[in-house]
Design a protein around this ligand. Structure first.
Ligand code: WTA
Length: 646
């Protein structure tokens, strides 16, 4: 079932890597057998502390509690900027590549320092204090990174909301975290199109009376609404304040950011990360998994609105004094060779992207890739969803010219940093496997009855011990943290993913085992799409499942029962899809909507999602038992009118 052919670590890849196979084994063993020694050494090497910690860590996995580097004090922005100034003040910290190939910008560590200090002073002048939450709703421009670091500098907690979210989704997140300040841009630019960010903020703020300040970056100069007392221009405000701002000494366990993510039930959860442990894990994984060497150009294509952008565009790379590339656009604009052109233009050494992008580009053929040199490339990374072996092989052979190792990195918003991944030069690769655990990570598999699966086998993936960048709480609702992650199996963290372990101890992530969809690497709860659908007047009931999609990984398949008296029509269908985009965001728009007079339910009224999934996936021969249904005839009807047929 799985390819077992291994790609041996090539001599070229092995040369100059931080670790070889023995080095990995030795450090991994130390991280498990003498964790305090291991983590103390790493924390001293990768992070600069204002005050040393008194204890490495303390955790209670049953209660979802963890504390790392207790009593230690540090500032994340000082680690990402100030401490590099003496040695690399003139080195480029951020390369910005605009949506338009003719636009780019290089920001040195010294300029980064000035920009971040100025914005930090603007925030202070608007009354933002340590512990206050600040919402960022930004396009992929350097100011997004400045804003994150400015918050960190003064101890404010940022909550970045992906620019693709709708005004309603933005409003919910602003209210949940009680943000009083929003930082945004007049518009974003992606793939030649403008995105009306400030306009969305206006709509969201109709229901957020406590927001007293909106700082707006002028990106396109579009006409926007303006409220004299609330609105300030980023460039004007920054010009009016000092270019120096002392970094606030933060406790290692003080919050750094909140990032909302979808679960299987209810509203999105505000995942809270803290300061010391998070920063160390981001930096350590960036160093080892990407085998980052001084002076290299590193490019992660994620959006700063997702955790990958937090840890691997901003915090990990900058903490390591790297040059990190930030791309405003999309891989197919102006054409399908864009990524490879950017790699040649900026001499990118490490390229980190998502399987959905790889598959989309693969579908467009080899020609756009081969029109570039890519000679600077040394390493390729993948994140966000399982990478199918076919896409892996294309990435390795065509993009990487069979020369660059592919690191398939498994992790989550909640884990804060990479948990399972090969280390270049140390781990033999198997296409489609995230391979072995990172230092300090102790994964295990559990069956549905709560028994641990040992050796080769399948199961639900859990993490058995605390790690530094572990989620600390669900903002405002610690019980929800315990219920979601620490209750399925007592005393361990439950990931929500299924996995298989092979004879070499390699992990193969099989995907979510809960009702979370992964659409183009974006996490969406089926419940979120369902609640959006039933908000519409024409909808009585809705059930949403995922089905396989060649490019996006998964597609959204919705079964919709119209209200009595409503006649299903194609117009209504279009309207419903648009309605979900409006409620949640365009990426949550259903691919299929099937009208149905009813939903298959058990006699106790529970929707039989297993059956709906099978019908959506056109897997009728494995439909299973339908005899427990209240009304088995519904299934016949659903099958007859199913939309996704081979
Ligand atoms: C999935 C993104 C297989 C997984 C960093 C996880 C992956 C969810 C991989 C987290 C991978 C992420 N192989 N599946 N390499 N990486 N996933 O929170 O289902 O946006 O639970 O974090 O993405 O998504 P999130």
């Amino acid at each position: 079932m799985y390819k077992t052919e291994q790609h041996q670590v090539s001599e070229a890849a092995r040369r100059n890597t931080h670790l070889d196979a023995d080095g990995y084994e030795r450090l991994y063993r130390q991280s498990i057998e003498q964790p305090d020694t291991f983590w103390a050494e790493q924390a001293n090497r990768f992070v600069e502390w204002m005050q040393p910690w008194s204890k490495v860590q303390e955790s209670n996995m049953a209660r979802g509690e963890a504390a790392w580097f207790i009593d230690g004090k540090l500032n994340v922005s000082a680690n990402c900027i100030d401490r590099h100034l003496a040695k690399r003040g003139d080195q480029t910290a951020i390369i910005w590549e605009g949506d338009d190939p003719g636009q780019d910008r290089r920001i040195s560590y010294r300029e980064l320092h000035e920009q971040v200090c100025r914005l930090a002073n603007v925030l202070k002048a608007r009354g933002v204090k340590k512990g206050d939450r600040v919402c960022l709703y930004m396009p992929m421009i350097p100011e997004a990174a400045f804003a994150m670091l400015a918050c960190a500098r003064i101890g404010a907690v940022h909550s970045v909301v992906f620019g693709g979210f709708s005004p309603d989704a933005l409003r919910d997140r602003i209210l949940n975290a009680d943000c009083r300040v929003v930082i945004t841009a007049d518009e974003g630019v992606r793939g030649g199109k403008n995105v009306a960010l400030k306009k969305n903020v206006e709509k969201a703020l109709n229901d957020c009376p406590d927001v007293h300040t909106v700082v707006t970056v002028k990106r396109t100069g579009a006409d926007i609404a303006w409220h004299e007392h609330r609105d300030v221009w980023y460039h004007e405000a920054c010009a009016a304040v000092s270019a120096d701002c002392e970094p606030e000494p933060m406790d290692s366990e003080d919050p750094l950011f909140i990032l909302y993510t979808s679960g299987s039930t209810g509203k999105p959860k505000g995942v809270l990360h803290t300061t010391g442990g998070y920063l160390l894990s981001a930096a350590l994984t960036h160093h080892y998994v990407f085998d980052y060497h001084d002076g290299e150009v590193y490019w992660c294509t994620a959006d700063v609105g997702w955790v990958t952008g937090h840890s691997y565009i901003v915090y990990g790379p900058l903490c390591n004094g790297a040059t990190t590339l930030m791309f405003e656009g999309v891989p197919t604009y102006p054409d399908a060779s864009r990524c490879w052109q950017v790699i040649d233009k900026h001499q990118v050494n490490v390229f980190y992207t998502a399987p959905t992008a790889i598959r989309a580009l693969m579908a467009l053929g080899n020609e756009p890739v081969k029109s570039s040199s890519r000679a600077s490339l040394r390493l390729l990374g993948s994140v966000g969803e399982p990478i199918n072996p076919e896409a892996w092989e294309w990435y390795y052979h065509v993009v990487g010219d069979s020369r660059c190792p592919v690191v398939d990195t498994w992790w989550q918003t909640e884990t804060g940093s990479i948990m399972i991944a090969p280390l270049p030069g140390a781990t033999n690769l198997k296409p489609g496997s995230a391979t072995r655990p990172f230092f300090g990570v102790e994964p295990a598999l559990f069956d549905n009855d709560g028994n641990e699966v040992h050796g080769v086998g399948d199961g639900n993936l859990v993490i058995k011990r605390s790690w530094p960048s572990q989620i600390r709480t669900v903002y405002g609702d610690h019980q929800r943290l315990i219920d979601t992650y620490f209750s399925t199996y007592k005393g361990v963290y439950f990931t929500g993913d299924g996995a298989r372990r092979d004879e070499d101890g390699y992990y193969w992530i099989t995907g979510r085992v809960d009702d979370v969809l992964n659409i183009s690497g974006h996490r969406i709860g089926t419940a979120e799409v369902e609640s959006a659908l039933v908000l519409h007047d024409a909808v009585a009931e809705a059930a949403v499942v995922g089905c396989p999609h060649d490019i996006k990984g998964q597609a959204i398949y919705a079964y919709v029962m119209p209200m009595r008296g409503v006649t299903p029509s194609d117009e209504l269908l279009v309207e419903l899809k648009a309605y979900v985009s409006e409620q949640v965001g365009a990426f949550a728009r259903p691919d299929f909507i099937q009208w149905t007079p009813g939903l298959p339910k058990t006699r106790s009224g529970k929707i039989m999602r297993r059956i709906l999934r099978k019908i959506a996936c056109d897997e009728l021969d494995t439909l299973g038992d339908t005899s427990t249904l209240a009304d088995p005839a519904v299934v016949e009807e659903l099958i007859e009118h199913r939309l996704n047929r081979a």
